[in-house]
Design a protein around this ligand. Sequence first.
Ligand code: GH3
Ligand code: MG
Length: 330
Amino acid sequence: MSILIVDDSVESQELLKRILEKNGFSDILTAESATDAFALLGLDQPACIVKNVDLVLMDVVMPGVDGIEACWLLKSHKCFVDVPVIVITASNDAETLDKAFAAGATDFISKPVNQLELKARVHSALRIKYEIDQRKAREAELVKVLEELESANKELHRLSSLDGLTGIANRRHFDQVYDVEWRRAAREGYELSILFLDIDFFKAYNDTYGHQEGDDCLKVIAATAGRVLKRPADLLARYGGEEFVIVLPGTGVAGGQKLAEEIRVAVEKCHIPHAASQVADHVTVSVGVAGGRVKPAAKPAELIARADAALYEAKHSGRNQVWVASADGT
Ligand code: GH3
Ligand code: MG
């Protein structure tokens, strides 16, 4: 550990240095004045190039900036807050010592310096400094670990909201968002639409092309539907299996129907071959739409049930089409 001796007397500096070296300290710096010491430590430099020392032995009586003022200045620098300063004073008067402690000195040694006393006080000051350094390193490590934990939590939260296959929101995330949006719409009298979208004859698609192709098809449908949605609040989620759901806050049933039709057409335009489909030679989707102004007396599940019923109608009316639920049912 490094020690800085600040003393205007070269003899005193040498004496202190010799005693310290005799006791095994090798990293010793010396300065003849407070100003020299500050220049040596780089106190006028940005914090990153300040020279760190672990202990300062500071003579009190020095020409120019005296030891007590130097102690104030040193301690007011953020890099030296924890560096112990032992003042070395010829006068043991209470007033000087009071001032030294008020300035941030941790201890004092009287002149003429007693070797044993110097050794004991330096050891004790350095031990405290070492413990402070250790604690700070542990605290910094803890802060780092906490930051890593926080970012891992965020990532976990993000991943727990996504569907692993398609990368869009999952059912869990949809449930949360839908609940919030439905309440907001009910409270503020907004319109809200729900779209249920289901791939036609998807079981036959899997049977014909294999599960892997089926998975790829699901990804394409998710991406295609996602591209049609433009508003930040619109949410597309995988509801389960080959069924997707879209919540459109602030969009009435006419707007919902328009988007549903756009998605249906966009899927057709993908021209994904589907030899086993009974409605086309490519993959198609059926969409059920329900929406309107949300009445506070209604229930969130009712809108979902109406959109689901509309999807059922779309399926039973020939598939590859959009069906809109009527205001009082389907
Ligand atoms: P419909 O036109 O009436 O919707 O008929 P369908 O065959 O699409 O509907 P059905 O409910 O009979 O079959 C759905 C199929 O979707 C069966 C299932 O194997 C498939 N499926 C569900 N989830 C996945 C998945 O993650 N990957 C793949 N490849 N297939 C899936
Ligand atoms: Mg289907």
